[in-house]
Design a binder for this molecule. Structure first.
Ligand SMILES: [Fe+2]
Length: 386
């Protein structure tokens, strides 16, 4: 039994008008649209939406993919439900498959991949000083405020929350509006001052250049939340750089450097405190479509590696270019994190750093997994489309 509420065609999606077998493929046509789409019969049987093929509650596949005949062929193709459903009667056993028009439309347009996120790349000038901000009250009081916060982070790679009580507990509550806090070697919610509690440059008061965290992790933290709980002193401004904007500029201006930065896997390591973490990432990670996926750059944590000299020299040249661009003041924004204002940023896109400071500074924060943030955003968008 098909759960019709789950796949009802939204008014904006077209309806089916015809289906026929062409060159051993099922060709479907859409009402009011000239283009048609083709699917293999095997794929259609594998993606049947009847309840004995697809669990209507969990959307888990129940069909036995490997029992489908390799030469499966439809005996009859029908459009039913006023164009909302394709029904197929199979020749080999007379069974019936149903596939919603909305499902076929989405697959034909995006091949089952997530569509590209809505991103607005920025530099110092284009972003200005009016940083994306939401209030603590709106994030804590309802899903609408939370969706706005996460959407801004998706769009800009960071967003601030104002009016947060300056305590670790309130910051943790804010983080868990999104998802559980990631547990790492530094703990869950962390809090630090310049006391060298861990063997890491973040635990000093010296300047830290732009970098991403967790280059030594196979799954670098997707997002990071910062909240300065106390600051008595001078300096210490936080810096952010849109890594995707820098990557885009390099792609446009230096194809060779871009090829090197997006293909050479750079090993990184974390050694100390009884831990030896190690992972490899290209500086500019790309997805299957060549879109930006993940910036992974922390020159402090780069592990020794070597390549044939020509390639290694090309790598150093490209890395020098990347380092120069992320340190260019034109690409950087600065902000002083003050008690009451929390910063959430995309650690796979936005590089962060800190100016040197004098005085006492107490900062707390959390890592969040990328998949949990993405999950929250998807759920919120289904609840509140648009
Ligand atoms: Fe960091």
């Amino acid at each position: 039994m098909l759960d019709s509420s789950m796949h009802r065609s939204p008014a904006s999606l077209p309806l089916l008008c015809a289906a026929k077998l062409v060159d051993s493929e099922v060709e479907i046509s859409w009402r009011g649209i000239a283009a048609s789409d083709r699917f293999s019969p095997f794929w259609l049987r594998d993606h049947c939406h009847s309840s004995d093929s697809l669990n209507p509650d969990t959307l888990q596949r129940q069909v036995d993919t490997f029992a489908i005949p390799a030469d499966i062929v439809p005996a009859r193709l029908e459009i039913i439900g006023g164009g909302e459903t394709l029904r197929i009667i199979w020749k080999h056993d007379g069974t019936t498959s149903i596939l919603p028009a909305a499902f076929l439309w989405e697959i034909a347009r995006h091949a089952g991949r997530d569509s590209a996120p809505r991103r607005r790349l920025w530099d110092r000038q284009s972003l200005g000083t009016d940083f994306p901000t939401v209030t603590h009250a709106e994030v804590m009081s309802g899903d609408e405020g939370l969706l706005r916060w996460l959407s801004l982070v998706e769009e800009y790679g960071f967003a601030l929350v104002s009016g947060v009580p300056a305590t670790l507990e309130a910051t943790q509550e804010l983080a868990t509006r999104i998802a559980y806090v990631r547990a790492t070697i530094f703990g869950g919610m962390w809090e630090f001052t310049a006391n060298m509690a861990f063997k890491d440059t973040a635990y000093t008061s010296a300047a830290i250049g732009p970098h991403t965290d967790g280059t030594y992790s196979l799954d670098s933290p997707g997002y990071q939340l910062f909240h300065c709980l106390q600051f008595d002193g001078s300096g210490g401004e936080s810096t952010l750089v849109d890594g995707f904007k820098v990557a885009q500029d390099i792609r446009k201006t230096d194809r060779i450097a871009f090829e090197v930065l997006s293909s050479v896997k750079v090993p990184a390591r974390y050694l100390g405190d009884g831990v030896h973490l190690r992972a490899e990432h290209p500086v500019i990670g790309l997805d299957h479509q060549g879109d930006f996926r993940q910036i992974a750059y922390n020159n402090y944590d780069r592990a020794p590696f070597n390549l044939p000299s020509v390639r290694m020299n090309a790598f150093y040249r490209a890395l020098t270019l990347f380092n120069r661009m992320i340190n260019d003041p034109l690409n950087e924004i600065t902000m002083r994190l003050a008690p009451g204002t929390a910063l959430l940023f995309d650690n796979w896109r936005t590089l962060h750093g800190r100016r040197a400071y004098q005085g006492n500074r107490r900062l707390c924060g959390a890592y969040l997994n990328r998949e949990d943030f993405d999950s929250r955003l998807r759920v919120l968008r289904v609840r509140q489309p648009g």
